[in-house]
Design a protein around this ligand. Structure first.
Ligand SMILES: *Cc1c(COP(=O)(O)O)cnc(C)c1O
Length: 429
């Protein structure tokens, strides 16, 4: 495939945008080469600036669960735009999408809309801190909750339970309030709670992790977190920015029957426009301004175009609940196909999958946390990525990412993909 125009556009972009991109993973640093510039997309396909067609397994990192340029969303946004694009005043649309979201997701009474998943998670921990009157939070290594300061934290040295900044610009003062735990390790969480009695406001977790590849919770992990939180006055925050409205209409709370205290959303809930949200039972949500003391705001929060897109998306999912089963079947078919060809070609691999989230790791050991995810063979991954790209298949340009399956994919697309993986994996040796 030819990427001449993409390369030129990237060179132009680099002059005026740091690294040529507005979000780092897009820059192909982990796989080499230059990023592909998209011209348009339709259904399961991206069309790039060189005229190549790519089957898309990223789908804007999740939102396009029903495919690109999905007609009900495009129509809703187009119609809404004619009526004005922002008011900074309430609209009925906001109540409609809020009511629908609250009806779909278990265990939440009220929801507030923001502009990104980052904002949702940042606001959720502020709310949790205000509500519990405690300062510290526990997060898990390898879970991503956006780029706000409290989450850009790495594990401290062996003896310290404190986190340390993971990026210049994050202060040590902020870092000391974030404790790092190992995903799927309840003993580690218990120890952190015991070492910080009555100090922990919240545990925030991706209930199915998707930012170190797809890492499912081991049996009992989420239940254990729920019990530890309830026993210690800690709020359990499910970051469902990736899983919400994807793994089930009610997200992981519904899928595994576990109740969180605060839930964060993003990605699918905006139908491809910039939307995030956080939600909880009334008692907690009423702690927010203007009812309560915890401040949180946004000039473009609840923006009518964004709400129109999100509402059209949620209505489509709500009116066709079979979509989640279809996605499960398509992704399971893809998984089986990939397993077959990789095994036939003697590739060492692990595949993790929950519903329409799937990741291929080039390592034989089970991938259950950040440490095991980091062991994957990146040289093989690069060959895999560029090989597939050459076959017209776009997966995330990093070994740590989940593939997001869209309902727009046909079984023909899936077969084509499996055949391409067969071809590419023969070149690994
Ligand atoms: C994508 C993501 C975020 C951040 O959302 P943005 O809209 O990129 O700010 C937070 N949490 C999880 C689990 C995510 O996957």
């Amino acid at each position: 495939m030819i990427y001449q125009r993409s390369s030129q556009l990237f060179a132009e972009a680099e002059k005026v945008i740091p690294g040529g991109v507005n979000s780092p993973v897009r820059a192909f640093k982990a796989v080499g080469g230059t990023p592909i510039f998209v011209q348009r997309a339709q259904g399961a396909y991206l069309y790039d600036e060189d005229g190549n067609r790519l089957i898309d397994y990223i789908n804007s990192w999740g939102p396009m669960i029903l495919g690109h340029a999905y007609e009900p969303v495009v129509e809703a946004v187009t119609e809404r735009a004619k009526l004005g694009t922002s008011f900074g005043m309430p609209t009925e649309l906001e109540t409609k999408i809020a009511a629908l979201a609250v009806s779909m997701v278990p265990n939440i009474d009220k929801i507030r809309f923001v502009n990104s998943g980052t904002e949702a998670c940042m606001s959720a921990i502020r709310l949790a801190r205000g509500f519990t009157k405690r300062d510290k939070i526990i997060k898990f290594a390898g879970c991503y909750h956006g780029h706000s300061d409290s989450f850009l934290i790495a594990a401290g040295s062996g003896l310290s339970t404190f986190g340390v900044p993971n990026s210049p610009g994050v202060t040590e003062g902020t870092a000391k309030d974030t404790l790092l735990a190992r995903y799927n390790d309840l003993e580690n969480v218990s120890a952190l709670i015991a070492a910080n009695p009555n100090e922990i406001a919240a545990i925030i977790v991706e209930p199915v992790a998707g930012n170190m590849g797809c890492v499912p919770p081991l049996n009992g992990f989420l239940e254990g977190l729920r019990e530890l939180c309830s026993a210690n006055g800690i709020l359990l925050i499910f970051d469902e920015v990736m899983t919400g409205f994807r793994l089930a209409a009610g997200g992981v709370q519904e899928l595994f029957g576990i109740q969180a205290d605060i839930v964060c959303f993003g990605k699918v809930i905006g139908g491809g426009l910039p939307v995030g949200a956080f939600a909880a039972r009334e008692e907690i949500m009423n702690y927010l301004a203007p009812l309560g003391p915890v401040y949180q705001a946004g000039t473009l929060s609840g923006n009518p175009l964004a709400m129109a897109a999100g509402l059209a998306m949620l209505e489509s999912l709500n009116n066709d609940r079979a979509v989640f089963q279809r996605l499960e079947e398509k992704t399971s078919y893809l998984e089986a196909g990939i397993r077959n060809v990789l095994t036939a070609n003697s590739v060492v691999f692990t595949i993790n999958r929950v519903g329409s989230m799937i990741s291929v790791h080039f390592d034989a050991e089970p991938v259950v946390d950040f440490q095991s995810a980091a062991k994957g063979d990146n040289v093989t991954f690069k060959k895999f990525f560029h090989g597939l790209l050459n076959e017209g298949i776009y997966i995330a340009p990093s070994a740590y990412e989940t593939w997001f399956i869209t309902d727009a994919l046909t079984y023909e697309d899936l077969d084509f993909t499996i055949q391409a993986i067969d071809k590419v994996s023969k070149t690994f040796k």
